[in-house]
Design a binder for this molecule. Structure first.
Ligand SMILES: NC(=O)C1=CN([C@@H]2O[C@H](COP(=O)(O)OP(=O)(O)OC[C@H]3O[C@@H](n4cnc5c(N)ncnc54)[C@H](OP(=O)(O)O)[C@@H]3O)[C@@H](O)[C@H]2O)C=CC1
Ligand SMILES: O=C/C=C/c1ccc(O)c(O)c1
Ligand SMILES: [Zn+2]
Ligand SMILES: [Zn+2]
Length: 357
């Protein structure tokens, strides 16, 4: 690595067009300033959002794009005003790498809702340089958006917590759903969903998995600790679960009707939408009125919540269930993610991969 203020040449794996195919791409990191941390990337999880973005599912992708926002790395250099971490620390970075620090959301420490948020990739930094993510040898991140990984958590296990973990922890906390004894459901047992089961179970909830098939039943019940398993297309199973749930965390990444799931909620129940779906979802008003039900959404979590969630996982001994891949296998991993063939998060061994062409 070079010294402060010099431009560092790095190699990442970038999508060049909406095929989403990733290949080596060399670029310079932005110049690091006094509040910046230079991170050598060790591991990076593959979130379904990386697939959405690399394939332009949202119609706002800019190429070349180096995805990856579940980043764990080693600090190799810090600016002179950095106090949060030190060289050699194992740290994490996630979806957001900048915010305005002045708006209501920033002042309330929910900076993920800042309208001037800067995304870790597919965005432009304050210096005008495109942001690039964690499928790369290194990143420069403002210390506000860097978090120290507790020593009890294995770095590769911690990577999925930086998006998937906090994405379920944040709404459970915000909507007052951390108390024991609640009956919740996780819909879509993928990267976010499997952390949902683990975190909700650790909060003492009765957890139902609502899945599109029967294929994950044994794993969900025996390995993840779910209490019940519902196949969404099974009308008898769905009818038997009517009016039984305090909340549903819906992580399905494609269009789906909401009414069958609203029926599962008790009075005052909450349907919390997580999936990024670029198509209108419909429901008829009595489906929410006749039970004062809430349809809401939630976006990742704040840095404060991320730290709290990591400490929660450390305290409860929670880990993610991962499948490690080398960067050379990333296109195959993306294809498998798209066809719902991952248990439950791919993590790229970035430092252990050959990144250069
Ligand atoms: N709101 C936020 O802050 C965040 C949102 N996201 C979004 O949440 C969604 C889920 O992300 P993630 O958990 O990483 O995704 P995964 O692909 O890992 O999991 C999604 C799950 O949804 C179910 N599913 C149902 N239909 C489909 C389908 N046609 N294709 C694929 N999966 C299907 C599957 O579960 P099963 O087999 O049980 O049916 C699958 O495992 C994405 O849209 C992602 O962009 C991700 C992180 C943060
Ligand atoms: O994986 C994290 C990002 C989630 C996300 C949520 C909403 C949205 O519009 C996005 O573009 C990404
Ligand atoms: Zn994500
Ligand atoms: Zn702001």
């Amino acid at each position: 690595m070079g010294s402060v203020e010099s431009e560092r040449l790095v190699t990442g794996w970038a999508a060049r067009d909406p095929s989403g195919f990733l290949s080596p791409y060399t670029y310079t990191l932005r110049k690091n300033g006094p509040e910046d941390v230079v991170i050598k990337v060790l591991y990076c999880g593959i979130c379904h959002t990386d697939l959405h973005q690399s394939k332009n599912h949202l119609g706002m992708s800019n190429y070349p794009m180096v995805p990856g926002h579940e980043v764990v790395g080693e600090v190799v250099e810090v600016g002179r005003e950095v106090s949060k971490v030190r060289v050699g620390d194992v740290v994490g970075a996630g979806v957001i790498v900048g915010c305005c620090r002045e708006c209501g959301s920033c002042k309330a420490n929910i900076e993920q809702y800042c309208n001037k948020r800067i995304w870790s990739y597919n965005d432009v930094y304050t210096d005008g340089k495109p942001t690039q993510g964690g499928f790369a040898s290194a990143m420069v991140v403002d210390q506000k958006f860097v978090i120290k990984i507790p020593s009890a958590l294995a770095p590769e296990q911690a990577a999925p917590l930086l998006c998937a973990g906090v994405t379920v922890y944040s709404p459970l906390k915000h909507f007052g759903l951390m108390t024991g004894g609640l009956r919740g459901a996780i819909m879509g047992l993928g990267g976010v969903g499997h952390m949902g089961v683990k975190i909700a179970k650790a909060m003492g909830h009765h957890v139902t998995v609502i899945s599109s098939s029967d294929r994950k039943r044994t794993e969900a019940m025996d390995h993840l600790g779910a209490d019940a398993y519902l196949v969404s297309s099974d009308e008898a199973q769905m009818a038997a679960a009517n009016d039984s749930l305090d909340y549903i965390i819906d992580t399905v990444p494609v269009f789906h009707p909401l009414e069958p799931y609203l029926s599962l909620l008790k009075v005052n129940g909450k349907l919390i939408l997580m999936g990024v779906i670029n198509q209108p979802l419909q429901f008829v008003t009595p489906a929410v009125m006749l039970g004062r039900k809430t349809i809401t959404g939630s976006f990742i979590g704040s840095m404060d919540e991320t730290l709290e969630m990591l400490e929660f996982c450390e305290k409860k001994g929670l880990t993610s269930m991962i499948e490690m891949v080398k960067m050379e296998q990333i296109n195959e991993a993306m294809e498998r993610l798209e066809r719902n063939d991952v248990r439950y998060r791919f993590v790229v061994d970035v430092a252990g991969s050959k990144l250069d062409p």
